[in-house]
Design a protein around this ligand. Structure first.
Ligand code: HEM
Length: 495
């Protein structure tokens, strides 16, 4: 219920001031507060009233029915140096224009082409096969694979970071690199440098978001340098695409060029706008929205499969029965439609996104005095006031684990629950809802489904290789997306 008057320095696991930590929203005090104070409660943190909710009705109000009463808050300022004016950072007309520009590029035809994924899955399989007797942090490899597939989809050329990876290698994060190493990256146009730079800049951005109105404190030189590397990389492809368009117009072969080539997001976008800044910002916004969210989904899938051999076997049986294995082709080819109809695969994906939603927590800021439908009054069933400028935090991670919504075994990984005729709507929100619902949902599910099918065709054995002391509740790292703080150490091989 509403109204805990915590003050500055109170023992409140405040998402606004929380530092980088492995103890996150999910298992710690945040859960305790919801257990103690109900599905919607207010807390004053550093003098600021924050409404916290895991109530589907309130989340629906924020994201859909009262969409116009809420904005993104200071996301724009925090993201601006790297991501500029894009769909992910803008509100109101700017957002609506961005969405109108980008939505057609996510039509089914565009996102359903799985052939472009295959070379990158091959690279991943090569990494895993190189040292079959050793364990790998498969999370690191998924981050690379989704960087490779996203750059291919967006720019028509991949950074191919997996090609440079040996399976056992752990990638040093740029913020742990020496000054000399950073300078080398900054002065290099190498694609590997771009991947490092993007990772580093994104971490700084996530930190700026947490600092809220103090975001400007976090603007180190390294951040500016690394933003410049990323911008140079994207601008290179934009110049190429614009030249291409100009030449095709001059030679009047425009239609031919556009129709005959394989789909590249950037090429389609230059048909709509030739403004290099708009192009760069929107492309980087999509890279941000799409890359890590899919990488962490894949990582949690393998984290859970490695601990649930029954599910692994059942899933592999469906995959081999439907799609065959490396030696014998199956009944169906692997494509958008067949992946969608692989029932158990779909249930596994749903269940992983329920327990480990890639974006576990989010917030909006009221742009006028407004109310949420539930959480007020003695019984918590009356509306709640949210004043202009106040934040509403919604935590889908905890909502997805509510026993009253998902049953007594809500904390258990059980894909079969998706075959039991339940119709969860606003109770289940891995891709958000309302006008800002994820544009890449189909693309993400196709990519994740494809990677799972190909890996399970190739390998028949999955072993959990995390250290025993790391077992139990996994340690999570929730920045913009939620990854496993310890990585996901497994052995995936053919017997
Ligand atoms: C498992 C993978 C994914 C998950 C769980 C996911 C989830 C989400 C969520 C929760 C949001 C809402 C964020 C907010 O409003 O604050 C969002 C927005 C968005 N996502 Fe995804 N996403 C995934 C993959 C992708 C991919 C692969 C792409 C593109 C290739 C993509 C493109 C977008 C875009 C453009 C938005 C912004 C929509 C808007 O504000 O209008 N997403 N996604």
């Amino acid at each position: 219920m509403f109204g805990i008057d915590g003050s500055a320095g109170c023992d409140f696991d405040c998402p606004v001031i929380r530092k980088r930590s492995n103890e996150t929203i999910s298992d710690g005090k945040y859960k305790w507060y919801h257990n103690e104070y109900g599905t919607t409660f207010g807390a004053k943190v550093l003098g600021e009233m924050i409404t916290n909710t895991i109530d589907p009705e309130n989340i629906k109000a924020v994201l859909a029915t009262q969409f116009n009463d809420f904005d993104l808050g200071n996301r724009y300022e925090a993201f601006y140096p790297l991501f500029g004016d894009g769909i992910f950072t803008l509100d109101h007309q700017g957002w609506s224009r961005s969405r109108g520009l980008l939505r057609p590029q996510f039509s089914r035809q565009q996102v359903s082409d799985v052939t472009k994924l295959e070379p990158h899955v091959q690279n991943l399989i090569a990494c895993l096969s190189r040292t079959p007797t050793e364990s790998v942090d498969i999370q690191q490899l998924f981050y690379k694979m989704t960087m490779d597939t996203a750059t291919e989809f967006l720019f028509g050329e991949s950074v191919n970071s997996l090609q440079l990876t040996s399976a056992a290698e752990d990638i040093p994060e740029i913020n742990r690199m020496s000054k000399e190493q950073i300078t080398a990256v900054a002065s290099s146009d190498g694609k590997q440098g771009v991947a490092y730079a993007f990772n580093y800049s994104q971490e700084v951005v996530a930190f700026r978001v947490m600092l809220q109105s103090w975001y400007w404190l976090m603007n180190p030189k390294k951040f500016r340098q690394s933003n410049a590397i990323v911008h140079r990389f994207v601008d290179y492809y934009i110049d190429k695409a614009l030249d291409h368009l100009r030449q095709s117009v001059e030679t009047k072969k425009h239609d031919e060029v556009v129709l005959s080539e394989r789909y590249v997001f950037l090429d389609a976008l230059v048909e709509e706008t030739q403004n290099p800044k708009i192009l760069r910002d929107q492309l980087l916004n999509i890279l941000l929205a799409g890359r890590d969210s899919t990488a962490v989904l894949l990582s949690w899938i393998f984290y859970l499969l490695a601990r649930h051999p029954r599910v692994f076997e059942k899933l592999r049986t469906e995959i081999i029965d439907t799609f065959g294995d490396v030696n014998s082709p199956g009944k169906k080819p692997i494509n958008f439609e067949t992946l969608k109809h692989a029932t158990y695969l779909r249930h596994v994906l749903n269940e992983v996104l329920r327990l480990y939603p890639s974006v576990p927590q989010n917030f909006r800021v009221a742009n006028k005095d407004t109310t949420l439908p539930r959480g007020g009054g003695a019984d918590g069933k009356s509306p709640v006031l949210v004043r202009k400028g106040e934040k509403v935090f919604y935590t889908v991670f905890l909502m997805h684990r509510r026993k009253d919504l998902f049953g007594d075994d809500a904390e258990v990984f059980r894909p079969e629950r998706w075959a039991e005729g339940n119709t969860w709507m606003w109770e289940y929100l891995p891709f958000n809802g309302g006008p800002r619902i994820c544009l890449g949902q189909q693309y993400a599910l196709t990519e994740a489904g494809y990677a799972v099918v190909r890996l399970l065709q190739e390998f028949d054995t999955l072993e959990n290789k995390d250290l025993p002391e790391k077992e139990g509740v996994p340690s999570k790292r929730a920045w913009l997306t939620m990854s496993n703080a310890n990585g996901v150490r497994v052995r995936l091989y053919k017997k």
